[in-house]
Design a protein around this ligand. Structure first.
Ligand SMILES: Nc1nc2c(ncn2[C@@H]2O[C@H](COP(=O)(O)OP(=O)(O)OP(=O)(O)O)[C@@H](O)[C@H]2O)c(=O)[nH]1
Ligand SMILES: [Mg+2]
Length: 284
């Protein structure tokens, strides 16, 4: 694939290689299809966020010169990929396109959403603008509907301080159910805490309990409940059945396609069963 990106894996200095094989959750096969080769890497971390929140600044600070840019396979959308070593673990970092949502209504949103959904990164860092928290939390909540492994990077804290905003990041972390790390990436502030939080989630030292919406409009409740029940019986263990059901009800083509092709089944360990084929048949 011409637009696939390659970066030199980071050599490990000690004999720790492979000691945490069971901890990584990423889907190496799906990642390869998305152009990310995980051979010789321990974890993959996705960087998501609204446009202009400092994703690339965080990316550059964490990866330094160890990075490459190219395109997403088959797309003209630019991607940066880099790596860093922390606590003897090799982390691959992928800078996703800046988006306001993950509803896949644009190519950028589709790329970001598919990476998180199918690639199942070990950690997704959502970089948010601390001076525009309300608007930025939309993407955080959508991300938490798809993945359980996230860290919120509360960036531009210098700007927030300048505007005299007071943000209770502990309360935010408690309410969201994921670590929240205040940073001022341009000044390098908070980045070691960010790496530490990423490491704790990647290695399972910290378990996230992401906030998920509980209520839905009455009009769709019946349909949603039925669809969720069907999805769970077709894909036992599907980590985000409610979100998938909502996307199906919304007519999201790539999710409909993922059900039809059985790709959705690959999100769960184990082989898809007969029920999945039934659902696939119904969806068709
Ligand atoms: N004051 C301040 N500026 C920052 C901080 N982090 C990034 N910036 C600046 O914000 C601007 C946008 O940063 P980028 O890293 O390009 O943001 P991005 O999210 O990658 O932007 P897109 O890729 O266009 O979506 C740049 O001018 C950065 O120097 C920060 O913590 N504080
Ligand atoms: Mg950028």
């Amino acid at each position: 694939m011409a637009d696939q990106i390659q970066i030199e894996p980071i050599p490990l200095s000690s004999a720790h290689a492979g000691s945490c094989d069971g901890c990584a959750v990423h889907n190496a096969g799906a990642l390869l299809k998305l152009g990310v080769d995980m051979q010789n890497w321990d974890y993959v971390v996705a960087l998501a966020g609204n446009p202009n929140t400092g994703k690339s600044t965080v990316f550059n600070a964490l990866t330094g010169l160890r990075q490459h840019t190219g395109n997403w396979p088959g797309k003209t959308v630019a991607r940066a990929e880099g790596g860093f070593l922390y606590a003897d673990k090799r982390y691959k970092l992928v800078d996703l396109p800046g988006t306001y949502s993950l509803l896949a209504t644009s190519l950028d949103e589709e790329i970001a959403r598919d990476f998180i959904l199918f690639g199942q990164p070990d950690v997704t860092v959502v970089v948010v603008d601390a001076t525009r928290l309300e608007r930025n939390l939309n993407l955080v909540l959508q991300t938490l509907e798809i993945t359980e492994r996230a860290v919120v990077c509360l960036n531009l804290m210098d700007e927030a301080r300048r505007h005299k905003f007071q943000i209770d990041e502990r309360r935010l972390a408690r309410d969201l159910g994921v670590p929240v790390v205040p940073t001022a990436a341009r000044q390098g502030e908070g980045l070691s805490e960010l790496i530490q939080a990423v490491h704790e989630v990647a290695t399972g030292q910290v378990t996230c309990k992401p906030y998920r919406m509980q209520k839905e409009p009455k009009a769709i409740k019946g349909a949603l409940d039925r669809l969720v029940a069907q999805l769970i019986s077709a894909f036992p263990g599907l980590p985000n059945a409610r979100w998938v059901a909502l996307r199906l009800l919304d007519g999201d083509e790539s999710i409909v396609q993922a059900v039809r092709s059985g790709e959705l089944g690959q999100l769960i360990s184990g082989t898809p069963d007969v029920a999945q084929r039934q659902l696939t048949h119904q969806a068709a």
